[in-house]
Write a protein that binds this ligand. Structure first.
Ligand code: G3P
Ligand code: CA
Length: 265
């Protein structure tokens, strides 16, 4: 992981999704342009075995299509428009530019890795597996295969894997013991319970709501030598809380705002 001295690493949540359509190449390039040090993405497996960056189980909210990602093939997803639902220019007087196919197109993890590499060799990728039960286990295998193919499964990999599922992370660690993993923790577990589920060396990934309600969680995790990555941190007050608690990374929809608050990239 790329360490940033004196403040948390700034990771763009679904790209710079505050003002761009989430998970599109345009949202990630905007995040890189703004100086983000990490890119967060959710991955799901298509029916024909491709890892695509889509948050929801269905494509309905973010595309011109309807359907469940895991039952669709990449070619079907490729026909849809994943950008127009949130056109960053709609509030401006300027005429909206035509979105090109590259911007509208569903983003595969492979394309995202290629784009990140082409742009900046040092940017981190924080990849969240959404592990549909339909393909339980397969998504983790495909993910590790892909990272091995690009040479990103070793100890110095710029990729780390995140999940709400300790089972999914255990599978990842079996397949690629050197990969860093982050257990995402939300209110479904008490934080005591969640911390007890953390495997050796795993990074703790509490939601900001949980941390705000239990700031002592930060110091307790520290005492146990846990690194902490927090999501989704979108206000300066929450950025300050994370910095004060010494967290290593904040995941934000608005990397430009976060970097500006921290005094620049
Ligand atoms: O970075 C973790 C965060 O993204 C988890 O929540 O729903 O945005 O995937 P969600
Ligand atoms: Ca996510």
């Amino acid at each position: 992981m790329r360490h940033v001295e004196g403040r948390p690493q700034v990771v763009a949540h679904r790209g710079s999704s505050h003002d761009n359509p989430e998970h599109t190449l345009g949202a990630y390039i905007a995040a890189l342009d703004q100086g983000a040090e990490g890119l967060e993405c959710d991955v799901r497996l298509t029916a024909d075995g491709h890892l695509v960056c889509v948050h929801d189980r269905r494509v309905d909210r973010v595309s011109t299509g309807r359907g469940v990602v895991s039952t669709m093939e990449l070619a079907q997803l490729d026909e849809l428009d994943f950008a127009s639902w949130k056109n960053p220019w709609v509030d401006l007087d300027d005429e909206a530019p035509e979105l090109d196919d590259q911007t509208r197109r569903v983003l595969t993890l492979e394309r995202l890795i290629q784009a990140a590499r082409d742009y900046d060799q040092t940017v981190d990728l924080a990849i969240e597996t959404k592990h549909p039960t339909r393909y339980a286990g397969l998504v983790e295998r495909r993910l590790v295969d892909l990272l091995e193919t690009v040479g990103w499964a070793g100890a110095d990999s710029p990729a780390r894997i995140m999940s709400f599922s300790p089972v999914a992370l255990t599978r990842i660690k079996k397949l690629a013991p050197d990969l860093e993993v982050v257990l995402l923790i939300d209110r479904q577990y008490s934080w005591q319970m969640a911390t007890s589920m953390l495997g050796p060396g795993w990074i703790a990934g509490p939601g900001i709501d949980l941390l705000r309600e239990n700031p002592r969680l930060g110091s307790r995790l520290r005492k146990r030598d846990r690194r902490i990555h927090v999501w989704t941190v979108n206000t300066v007050a929450d950025l300050d809380l994370c910095a004060a608690l010494g967290v290593e990374a904040v995941i934000t929809d608005n990397p430009a705002m976060a970097l500006d608050h921290f005094g620049g990239p």
